[in-house]
Design a protein around this ligand. Structure first.
Ligand code: EPZ
Length: 419
């Protein structure tokens, strides 16, 4: 890619990765012969992997364009393939759904990943509170329970995945389960909505207390996945980094309140109208005294790397505090190769970003999904040529990043590894 060009035009946002993944776990709860029809499904590699896992368990899935039809009447297994599990740790919330369906589940311990240790203690404590017996050995976790019993659970931290895992496990539990200090992300509301349309009895998603009354059966449904607020935020950052004028279509603006507020503080003009957001940015934005990542509705940790790329070229010094993950600054070294002046403090939780007038293109490597997106944003703003490898990380969460950006005027293309 060659940077230095303003982005201009309209881009349509696809379905949310962090919504479709737990929803694909939820469909396993459907024991009926009914079909489940999902629309606005993003064509990203994490969904490809999740489809492979569901098929390995016996689900029948047809996927054309952004529509997916799934039947899970004849599931054959409760053990998730280790290789597939290791490739995508977020499949941990399959535990709750498979345990609820079969009374037992066997998964490979997901391990850590590029953004931290990614512990699963809150998931396991939640399932044990519902009555599951757990055994961990040889890298596998085996859980069993003939019938889960509803109970009150308090999460030490509003973990998105643990909230989803417990919701899924509690759908068929006897009695009522209450999750206190639950995560409030929009993707959890999406999960509640599809489960209730399938016949579950859940309320409170979007607040810090979620109540699940156990039922005995679910049925088929047709459901439209919400737009991806993190992909939308990524394009907002790309517009802000290039002094661009970009309109996003098919978004839910209030899912991005914290992001809109921060970009306005930096001097970016943003107009919200129904399912569209228009971003008009100055050639150089102001630094932000603080960006602190927090659980929703705070500033999303998944946009910490992208906004750092924008602030790398701001007028002044910004401070970014990563409060959610313990090791999510792997993009800093790569940005500094592009002329950014960023220092990370010893606790690896705070980055001090001294804005520079110009970034310079370089060869850089994407260490994880959102850091990869941040390097693309920096390349758009940099003078000269930038080459990014590690695109497999970016493919996990972005359907057509380079095509969408090219349509907005960027000089960017994907080259195969042997080019
Ligand atoms: C989900 O991950 C998202 N992934 C992440 O998006 C997102 O960054 C994260 O929520 C926070 O919003 C999916 O939804 C598939 P958490 P998750 O459990 O569920 C600690 C992306 O780029 N924790 O809320 O794994 C954990 O270590 C990805 O799209 C425990 O200590 O996030 C972290 O510090 C990255 N024990 C914090 O909580 C546990 O049992 C937040 O984790 C679970 C989590």
């Amino acid at each position: 890619m060659h940077g230095g060009r303003r982005l201009e035009g309209v881009v349509r946002i696809g379905g949310a990765k962090n919504s479709i993944l737990p929803i694909l776990a939820a469909v396993l709860l459907n024991k009926s012969t009914d079909e489940i029809v999902l629309t606005n499904v993003p064509r990203i590699s994490d969904v490809v992997k999740m489809v492979q896992i569901l098929r390995s368990l016996g689900a029948e899935i047809t996927w054309s364009g952004t529509d997916m039809v799934i039947t899970t009447y004849n599931l054959s297994g409760f053990a998730v393939d280790e290789k597939l599990m290791r490739e995508m740790r977020s499949t941990i919330f399959l535990m709750g759904a498979i345990l609820a369906r079969f009374g037992q589940v066997c998964i490979s311990h997901p391990g850590g990943c590029a953004i931290g240790q990614r512990p699963i203690d809150l998931h396991l404590k939640g399932l044990m509170a519902l009555g599951a017996q757990l055994r961990e050995q040889h890298g596998y976790i085996y859980a069993s329970c003939s019938r889960l019993i509803g109970t009150d659970i308090h999460l030490d931290f509003p973990s998105v995945g643990a909230t989803e895992n417990i919701m899924l496990a509690a759908v068929y539990a006897r009695g009522t389960t209450v999750i206190n200090n639950a995560a409030k992300e929009p993707e959890i509301v999406d999960l509640q909505n599809i489960l209730n349309k399938m016949g579950a009895k859940i309320c409170g998603a979007g607040t810090d207390q979620i109540k699940i009354v156990g039922v005995s059966q679910l049925h088929g449904v047709e459901y439209n996945v919400i737009p991806d607020r993190i992909v939308a935020g990524t394009y907002m950052m790309a517009a802000a980094a290039t002094g661009g004028d970009v309109t996003l279509e098919n978004v839910i603006p209030n899912h991005l309140d914290a992001v809109i507020s921060k970009l306005r503080e930096a001097g970016v003009q943003i107009r919200e109208e129904n399912d569209r957001i228009r971003i008009q940015a100055p050639e150089q934005i102001n630094a932000l005294e603080y960006v602190r990542t927090l659980p929703y509705p705070g500033f999303p940790t998944d946009l910490q790397a992208p906004i750092m790329s924008v602030l790398a070229r701001a007028q002044g010094t910004s401070i970014i505090v990563e409060n959610v993950f313990d090791s999510r600054f792997k993009h800093v070294g790569e940005l500094n190769r592009m002329g950014a002046q960023i220092i990370v403090t010893s606790d690896n939780r705070t980055a001090v970003v001294h804005g520079v007038k110009r970034l310079t293109g370089a060869s850089v490597s994407a260490p994880d999904l959102r850091a990869g997106a941040a390097l693309v944003i920096a390349g758009l703003a940099a003078e000269g040529k930038t080459t990014i490898d590690g695109l497999e990380h970016i493919n996990r969460g972005y359907e057509n990043l380079e095509n969408d950006l090219a349509k907005l005027g960027a000089d960017i293309k994907r080259i195969s590894s042997d080019d």
